[in-house]
Write a protein that binds this ligand. Sequence first.
Ligand SMILES: *[C@@H]1O[C@H](CO)[C@@H](O)[C@H](O)[C@H]1NC(C)=O
Ligand SMILES: *[C@@H]1O[C@H](CO)[C@@H](O)[C@H](O)[C@H]1NC(C)=O
Ligand SMILES: *[C@@H]1O[C@H](CO)[C@@H](O)[C@H](O)[C@H]1NC(C)=O
Ligand SMILES: *[C@@H]1O[C@H](CO)[C@@H](O)[C@H](O)[C@H]1NC(C)=O
Length: 269
Amino acid sequence: MLFGTVIIVCATVIVSNCIVTIEATNSHQRSVQQDQIPPLQIAPVWLNACKKKDPNLDECIRMTFQNMFPYLAKGIAEIGTSPFEPMHIDRVALTKGQGAVTLSGAFTNLIVHGPSNTTALYTKMDLKKNRFDIGLFIPTIKVESKYDLKGNLLLLPLVGVGDAKLYLKNVTTYVQTKIYFPKYMNETVMVASSMKVDFNLAAMRVNLDNLFNGNKVLGRTVNQFLNQNALEVVDDLKENIGENLSTIFKQIMNDAFSHIPTKLWLQDD
Ligand SMILES: *[C@@H]1O[C@H](CO)[C@@H](O)[C@H](O)[C@H]1NC(C)=O
Ligand SMILES: *[C@@H]1O[C@H](CO)[C@@H](O)[C@H](O)[C@H]1NC(C)=O
Ligand SMILES: *[C@@H]1O[C@H](CO)[C@@H](O)[C@H](O)[C@H]1NC(C)=O
Ligand SMILES: *[C@@H]1O[C@H](CO)[C@@H](O)[C@H](O)[C@H]1NC(C)=O
């Protein structure tokens, strides 16, 4: 029982850190991009236009997002967005200090594969309440990095320097946003003011190589525990991970949509 608890907390650190890393690429927060890139004036090939009066507006907007993802993943120069497949993150420090488990250290040289295969499951646009919801499905997320962690699991010292791998399967996210429509360089654009993210996943695998100073038996034990308890661990962390995911999603969405006037994709007539 106690040992199980320890493992879960340990996994907590790993999982939430994995997610925090994604956030690190988009660390500067702002609502509307204050850069010098003017809003688009002509609809590009990757932008599917919808009309507000369309009785199937939600499906139309779903297609707009669906069509955009592959381009967003590669980066769209004309609206100034950077590629996010794979995501490279230099370093993520972590300090998890209180109680029976302490861990400090960092993951470095992170490479995240998978987000470019995102599918838009549904969207729901409510222009009266200024609400926008979208469901996203990511079939696989793979993270490779170096890790350097030091701490204690109860009486067990945990020291590890090596390679870390995470593999997440069938990640479904449910995103709820509050939106508004400010002017950016004299064009009306859509911006998310707040975002809430819930998610599910079908499976997760974690591997920390060279744990416990290369002690293969202890290392294997911890990794096995992590994997056996993966879904419970994630369940425990949903709220925290969701907060971190929302930061990433909001940034990506606002970076893109603050350069795309609504007249090109959410038309009055
Ligand atoms: C995207 O999906 C395709 C087809 O399933 C797969 O071959 C490819 O590896 C995936 N790409 C990433 C980055 O996961
Ligand atoms: C901004 O848009 C308004 C109305 O569309 C127009 O009258 C005005 O000239 C524009 N201002 C600039 C600086 O482009
Ligand atoms: C992941 O989703 C696909 C498509 O819905 C499904 O065929 C597959 O069985 C799922 N995998 C797991 C591990 O749930
Ligand atoms: C990420 O999650 C951690 C742990 O819950 C939280 O303290 C932090 O505020 C979150 N970061 C963001 C940007 O939401």
